[in-house]
Write a protein that binds this ligand. Structure first.
Ligand SMILES: C[S@@+](CC[C@H](N)C(=O)[O-])C[C@H]1O[C@@H](n2cnc3c(N)ncnc32)[C@H](O)[C@@H]1O
Length: 266
């Protein structure tokens, strides 16, 4: 299943990713920097994408490896690294790979999976594969940080979400293109615990030409105790659980579920 999602990430997505309002407007960076400072190096980020978080973590002085399945997302990250200071570049390793099955031949103090890569893993075997690989790559006492959106029950069935809507403002890209992101749920699959989703990139070029690019993918939704059980099956103990990046506890209306889990055993 991750292959289908990879297809989409290989296309126009990497080009626009950093400018998308739900990406550019995320308030998670201070939280991740704080966890990196507390837990220490080296760090492995699974699904690092364009380096939105990886690069600031490296700029803060940490040694970090980023792994991603998408060559084009990694190419964006690499280009940003090459245009930045050499000291930062020296602290970063990038690897092309699948987070459900990888072997980097080293261990880390902290492994992070942020802004939903884990929710691209549709099958339980993929989820277990990822957590087992993470366990294998953690040093004793190492920690795993993984985030999810807290599932909104209405988004599991309500036809209102199948209508294309635009909760985001239009943004201007540095080259003068304008981007308006709209979204819809294309299909609900409650028995499989996932939705087919479309993110629609409405692009207006400086010459007035317009384009409509559709990023269609399937997102797996999770529940709190399901995640706790998955982590326990793979040798982790949850040590912290937050409902948002301000470290507030998980509540009914929390937008996020952010787990920090400690490796148990060897
Ligand atoms: C929403 S982006 C998040 C990127 C980055 N972590 C951030 O915070 O901006 C999801 C990323 O997960 C990657 N991804 C999806 N499935 C993956 C897999 N099986 N193995 C590695 N990376 C994967 C995608 O290529 C994409 O770069």
């Amino acid at each position: 299943m991750s292959k289908a999602n990879l297809y989409s990430y290989e296309s126009f997505v990497s080009e626009y990713y950093d400018y998308l309002p739900p990406v550019a407007g995320r308030q998670d960076l201070d939280f991740y920097l704080d966890v990196a400072r507390t837990q220490g190096d080296p760090i492995l980020e699974l699904g690092c994408g364009t380096g939105r978080v990886l690069l600031p973590v490296a700029q803060a002085g940490h040694r970090i490896t980023g792994l991603d399945l998408s060559e084009s997302m990694l190419a964006r990250c690499r280009a940003k690294l090459e245009n930045g200071p050499a000291q930062v570049r020296e602290r970063v390793q990038l690897a092309h790979g699948d987070m459900t099955d990888f072997d980097l031949g080293e261990t880390f103090r902290l492994i992070t999976i942020h802004f939903r890569p884990f929710q691209h893993l549709l099958a339980v075997e993929q989820q277990l594969g990822c957590l087992r690989c993470a366990h294998h790559h953690l040093a004793p006492g190492g920690k795993l940080l993984v985030d999810f959106f807290q599932t909104d029950a209405r988004r599991m069935h309500d036809p209102v979400f199948t209508k294309e809507s635009s909760p985001y403002p239009e943004v201007m890209l540095p080259d003068g293109r304008k981007l308006r992101l709209t979204e819809r749920v294309a299909a609900f699959h409650r028995a499989e615990q996932c939705n087919d989703v479309e993110l629609i990139y409405n692009v207006t070029h400086p010459d007035g030409r317009s384009e409509r690019l559709v990023f269609a993918f399937t997102v797996r939704y999770f529940f709190r105790f399901e995640v706790e059980h998955l982590l326990a099956r793979c040798g982790f103990r949850v040590v912290e659980l937050f409902g948002n990046y301000d470290r507030s506890p998980l509540r009914d209306d929390s937008p996020e579920m952010i787990f920090i889990a400690e490796k148990q055993g060897s």
